[in-house]
Unconditional design. Structure first.
Length: 199
């Protein structure tokens, strides 16, 4: 069925506005950031728009036969994602990962939407080698939406960090954290609960 002239004009105007918005967004972000993002995107199984901030070393993904996916995300220099055979790494839209952060998944690491991950953070779901003659231990890591991980925080295997939480700089998170929590110190002690705000 052929659309009426008015309907066709409306559709064309809508597409034109969409293109105009896309070009404006490209101008705001900078072509280099987007080109570097396209280059990085080749290493993902599936990804939205990836923004890579210039600098060396460039972010890299070591995929040994797993599944690595991300929404529209932002990566800074030195980020390294390592995904083992059969493992999964998922990063939600609007999340940014700052300089020299490392993510290691032997089973699964999930990072929610709108997260802020500071410099030199380490997230890993495995000890990476057997300890004391026992088999290698791997347990999935899950980080909820809108979580802020402070600089040099370490998130270890089996941990779930609830949505809208803050992990202070240098904290070592070895056990799960409830939503809306603030945790600090080497033992990642909960020092307060954030007020839940209606959205």
């Amino acid at each position: 069925m052929i659309p009426h002239t008015g309907e066709w004009t409306s559709q064309a105007n809508g597409r034109f506005r969409g293109l105009t918005h896309s070009f404006r967004r490209i101008r705001e972000l900078g072509a280099l950031n987007l080109l570097l993002g396209l280059y990085l995107r080749r290493s993902f199984t599936r990804a939205g728009i990836l923004i890579v901030h210039p600098g060396f070393p460039l972010p890299r993904v070591t995929n040994r036969g797993g599944h690595v996916e991300a929404g529209n995300c932002s990566f800074f220099p030195g980020v390294h994602i390592e995904c083992w055979k059969g493992a999964t790494v998922r990063i939600g839209k609007g999340t940014y990962i700052n300089r020299n952060t490392e993510i290691v998944a032997s089973r699964a690491v999930t990072i929610g939407a709108g997260c802020m991950i500071a410099r030199d953070v380490l997230i890993m779901d495995t000890d990476q080698h057997p300890v004391g003659g026992r088999a290698l231990v791997s347990k999935p890591v899950e980080i909820g939406d809108r979580v802020w991980l402070g600089s040099r925080a370490i998130v270890l295997k089996g941990v779930t960090i609830g949505h809208d939480s803050i992990v202070g700089a240098g904290a070592i998170v070895t056990k799960s954290v409830p939503p809306h929590s603030v945790v600090v110190g080497p033992a990642a002690t909960v020092i307060r609960t954030l007020q839940e705000q209606s959205r």
